[in-house]
Design a protein around this ligand. Structure first.
Ligand SMILES: [Mg+2]
Length: 386
């Protein structure tokens, strides 16, 4: 079998890659570098110059060749490499009539626990979202901020006392809304300094969140370690990282209790499996970062099915960045989506490859929506993280 074409495909807010072969099989993957789809698509096309004519089943070899051909990596290049890697695993599964998890050692679980996204621009919307998730059977909610998911065009201001105080109150309100039936995955979205993050983490510990995600900007692992060592809430981080070496440095510092590799960013299924093994050696759980399309959900589910230290899978549904625009349903984009069991789990099935296929006319029906360059400003005009 030989590769005949490597094709980047932009749909809605997603970058997919299809790898075509001379045997008629087509592998499907997705990039996780959602801010830079245009540059990742260009990298996919460049990588395709090497891949056309190659045997798609030499996945590790092609991964090493593409990773080591040049000096330069980063999110968009790794998004491209990851999407290609997922597509090659999808092809390998189809070729051998086996699910990808069967090629990774076989399923260690029949279903994978998921957390539902909850978003809102008011406290009430967030509390209602937590309750609605419970009614739909979910046993965990995430993307859940103790602040608000406000429009980035609104200038930001809060006193320190109000910022920390209201955030602690909010987490208490989420816990009151659902009791202990639903785990709270609290997402800080990088808004705090290390000292602020410790104050908040100490304040919300009594509400027993499953984890505190990205309490500080994840650029400095020593600062993540500072927070992790002072707060009795597990820390989750890793969605911006792109390599096993970065995760190794984070783990060596005990700066993380739940790693969040994005299968579309860390070198695909090849990279995610290795990161999971590093985490396993330190009894750290894996919560794949998965805010994008059903293609990435399907790829992440293969990892969840095959590793012993899987903890939770992000399950965005239609909510991701839905505050400003309605989103197409996953079924408008792909066939063969993993099935939700109604009780907080996605079912692991034996469909060959990753199990999903792009609908044939998807690029005409669901056009690409480029993301604008937009950061939030403080009332004083300076840029803040949100
Ligand atoms: Mg996050």
């Amino acid at each position: 079998m030989k590769i005949t074409k490597v094709e980047p495909i932009l749909v809605d807010r997603y970058l997919f890659v299809q790898v075509h072969t001379d045997e008629g099989l087509v592998g499907l993957g997705e990039s996780g570098a959602w801010g830079f789809h245009e540059s990742a698509a260009a990298a996919v096309t460049k990588f395709g110059e090497y891949l056309v004519g190659e045997d798609p089943l030499r996945i590790e070899h092609h991964w090493q060749y593409l990773y080591r051909a040049f000096h330069f990596r980063g999110a968009d290049i790794m998004g491209a490499l990851s999407a290609i890697d997922i597509a090659l695993w999808d092809l390998a599964g189809q070729y051998r009539d086996a699910a990808v998890h069967a090629l990774l050692g076989g399923a260690v679980r029949e279903r994978a626990r998921v957390y539902q996204h909850v978003v809102g621009t008011t406290r009430q919307e967030l509390v209602d979202g937590v309750k609605a998730a419970k009614e739909q059977g979910f046993t965990a909610v995430g993307h859940l901020t103790p602040f608000l998911d406000e429009d980035r065009s609104l200038p930001y201001f809060s006193t320190h006392a109000a910022k920390i105080g209201r955030a602690i109150e909010a987490v208490g309100a989420y816990r009151d809304a659902v009791g202990d039936d639903v785990d709270l995955c609290i997402e800080i979205h990088r808004r705090l300094t290390p000292a602020e993050a410790v104050q908040l983490g100490v304040g919300i510990a009594e509400f027993r969140p499953q984890f505190l995600e990205d309490p500080v900007t994840p650029d400095n692992f020593d600062e993540m370690e500072y927070v992790a060592s002072r707060v009795d809430v597990p820390i989750a981080t890793g969605e911006r990282l792109t390599s096993i070496w970065e995760f190794a440095m984070l783990l060596r510092r005990s700066a993380v209790q739940f790693v969040r590799p994005n299968v579309g960013m860390v070198g695909g299924i090849t990279g995610a499996k290795k990161i999971a093994a590093l985490a396993e050696a330190q009894h750290v759980g894996v919560v794949p970062h998965n805010p994008l399309s059903p293609v990435l959900t399907a790829a992440s589910l293969q990892i969840a099915a095959a590793i012993p230290n899987f903890a939770l899978l992000e399950y965005p549904g239609r909510t991701w960045h839905s505050l400003l625009a309605d989103r197409p349903d996953g079924a408008e984009i792909v066939t063969g989506q993993p099935e939700y069991d109604g009780h907080g789990f996605l079912l692991v099935d034996a469909s060959p490859g990753i199990g999903v296929k792009l609908r044939a006319d998807v690029t005409e029906r669901v056009p690409y929506v480029p993301r604008p360059v937009k950061a939030r400003l403080s009332v004083d005009g300076s840029v803040i993280d949100q």
